[in-house]
Each structure stands twice: as C-alpha cells, then as structure tokens.
Design a protein. Structure first.
Ligand SMILES: Cc1cc2nc3c(=O)[nH]c(=O)nc-3n(C[C@H](O)[C@H](O)[C@H](O)COP(=O)(O)O)c2cc1C
Length: 352
C-alpha cells in the first residue's frame, strides 16, 4: 500500500459512498485522458498471467473490474493501467436514465460490503459508444440492460438496441438479467423469457459484422433448478459464457448491526458476505457447463485466496468491484503478483 492511499482512504470513506466514487472516477478519468501518464504507471504484464478465454481474444491477465464501476466508459484505460486485465463497462441501457434517487449507495465496513440501488444510472448507449470509438489498449466487456421505464414486454428490444450499438467495440458482451434494482429484471432469468431474449440477441449477432462472445450475468439467488435452466439455455444457443454472480438481495449473517443495515434500505449487497454463495453458484454452473464455456467468477473476491479459490472452482476469469473499493488502487497489482508466483509453482486444481 502506498502512503498516499493511506491518507486518501479515510478522507474518501468519510464521504457519502457515491460521492467518493465520483471523486475517484474523476481522478481516473484524468488519467484515462493522459496516455503518457498511463503508460508510465501501467505494470509490465507477466506473460504467465496471459489468458485466452475465447480463441483469438487475449487478455493480459484473468482479473477484471466488474460491471457498475465504470458504467459510462469514462476511465477504462486508467483502470487497465492499475493492472486489471479487462474492464466491463455498463450496465448501459439504450437511452440515458438517472437511476433511483439518492442516497443509493452505502458502505458496510464491518462486513467489507456495499449496498447499492443505483438502478442503472447511465448515459445511454449512444454516449457510451462515442467514448469507445478510436484506439483502445484495454480488453473491454460491454454489459447491457433494459431501461427502467421500459415494460417487461419491451425488454427484448431494449437489450437488442443497446447490444447492437455497443457490440462493435467489445471483446465480449454481457446480458444483465440479474440486477435487483430494476423491477422485474430478474424474471428474465426464467427459461422461457431467457430463451426469447437470447434468441433475439443471437439473431442480431448473426447479422453483425463483429460478433463478440455473448454471456449471461446471473443472480446468486437462483436455486438449482434456476441454474440448470440457465445452463440449458447457454447450451441450446451455444453461448460463450456466464458471469456469476450479481449482487444479492439477502442480508443474512452480517456483522453490521441490523439497524444500520435496515437504514440502507433495499438494494443489492456485494462484497465479502456474497463470497460463499457466489462460489457455490460457480461450482454448480461448472458441473453443468464444461469448458470451453467460459465462466466469469465474481462476488466477494477480496484476497488472493478468494481469487485462487474461484480459479480452482472452475472460473476462467474473475472480476471484483467491492474488493477494489476497500483494497484501493494498488489492490489489483498485489493480487496479480501473488497469482504469478502461485502459477509458477502449480496450476489451479479442479475442485468442483
Ligand atoms: C455500486 C455497484 C454498482 C453495480 N452496478 C452494476 C451494473 O450496472 N451492472 C452489473 O451487471 N453489475 C453491477 N454491479 C454488480 C457487480 O458487477 C458485481 O457483480 C457484484 O458487486 C459482486 O462483486 P463484488 O462482491 O466483487 O462487488 C454493481 C455493484 C456495485 C457494488
């Protein structure tokens, strides 16, 4: 850890969580705009960390920044310069929308967790597409969703429109059917709904000039049948992967006093309390979806042990959001250094 982060963290953590996020993102945005500075701070990628999740798609390492941090593609090059092997921007909806009213993001430091009900606040597909034009050096995922005001019957159209506008810039794309903050969105995980959605996206992709991998992002609340249903759809449409998992609406087992948790209100819980369930979902998925289907393990990764455990459970790639908030800007590099050492000693065992 650097001395400046030791000073900055308490100051940032004294602010409202979303305000602190905006300040951090603002700094990263400045770095994003300065290629020379980015080159100066970017780590030399250790070749042992290199991964090729899909043929011809090479990431410098398997640790990515999860969706939601850089929703509007303002700072992805700076985030890659911190060490992340890939950055997933979004969730992006076809049209801009403000999201839910503030406050809508809260820290639970005793649990190293966050609660958010942002509600897909984003600048819309057109504005994000403009930012993705031109040369890029970072591997990039694009995560799409439906607008808050769009009725569920119009959801397919929303996903297809956002996907068509943004897929040309993506190394992979993610269909977010698991945010708890857009009413009804999670119902799209049900087999019939999911088939209709995926069919339309596959049809749009078949007509596109650039056809990046298509992944589904699922909720940790899915039970065994739900996971089986998702796996069947992935197989039926030969999708390239699954991102597991999004945040949880559960609040069980928290150290934070119940009164404080209640005051946060509704929203998705992320960070350490999500770790065990996200791992279970990953194992369950890997049993049903052997490689080469790619599984991106996300949810509660805070330490190197968490990351390694996810790889051993069958993840090809891993992502984090909350661990980065608590760990700070040097956190990705510290984890990757340990990963390089471990990979030189042994390959991940297959635990699931
Ligand atoms: C503030 C916040 C905003 C998020 N926004 C999105 C989003 O827009 N789309 C999405 O697919 N996931 C979103 N997520 C979920 C994360 O991508 C990730 O799946 C989840 O937080 C679990 O990982 P973590 O425990 O490492 O944070 C968000 C998470 C947080 C904390």
């Amino acid at each position: 850890m650097t001395w400046w982060w030791d000073l900055a963290k308490p100051a940032l953590f004294a602010l409202d969580a979303e305000r602190a996020h905006e300040i951090g993102l603002g700094v990263l945005e400045s770095v994003h705009a300065m290629p020379a500075l980015r080159r100066a701070i970017a780590p030399a990628h250790d070749p042992i960390l290199r991964v090729e999740p899909w043929p011809g798609v090479v990431f410098p390492n398997p640790l990515g920044l999860a969706a939601g941090f850089d929703k509007n593609a303002r700072a992805f090059e700076a985030l890659a310069a911190l060490g992340f092997g890939f950055v997933e921007v979004g969730t992006v909806t076809p049209l801009p929308q403000p999201g839910n009213s503030r406050p809508r993001m809260f820290r639970l430091p005793a649990d190293r967790a966050l609660v958010n009900r942002l509600g897909f606040n984003n600048d819309g597909a057109e504005a994000v597409a403009q930012r993705l034009r031109g040369p890029r050096s970072a591997a990039l995922g694009v995560n799409v969703g439906k607008g808050m005001a769009t009725p569920l019957e119009g959801a397919v159209d929303d996903y297809v429109r956002a996907w068509q506008r943004l897929a040309p810039f993506a190394d992979y794309t993610v269909v977010n059917v698991s945010s708890p903050n857009t009413p009804g969105l999670r119902s799209l995980q049900a087999r019939g709904e999911l088939e209709r959605l995926v069919e339309a996206l596959c049809a749009a992709r078949a007509k596109a000039a650039h056809r990046p991998p298509l992944l589904l992002k699922i909720a940790p609340e899915l039970d065994e049948d739900g996971i089986a249903g998702v796996a069947d759809v992935v197989k039926a449409f030969a999708l390239e992967g699954v991102v597991a998992t999004n945040t949880t609406v559960g609040r069980a087992g928290l150290r934070t006093p119940a009164g404080i948790v209640e005051r946060c209100g509704a929203g998705g819980l992320s960070g350490a309390p999500l770790r065990a369930r996200a791992l279970e979902v990953l194992c369950e998925l890997r049993l049903r979806l052997p490689r080469p289907t790619v599984i991106v393990g996300v949810g509660g990764i805070a330490t190197f042990a968490d990351l390694w455990e996810r790889l051993e459970a069958g993840a090809d790639l891993v992502q984090a959001y909350t661990g980065f908030i608590y760990g700070g800007p040097m956190w990705p590099r510290a984890l990757l250094r340990e990963l390089a050492v471990r990979l030189r000693a042994q390959a991940p065992a297959a635990l699931c």
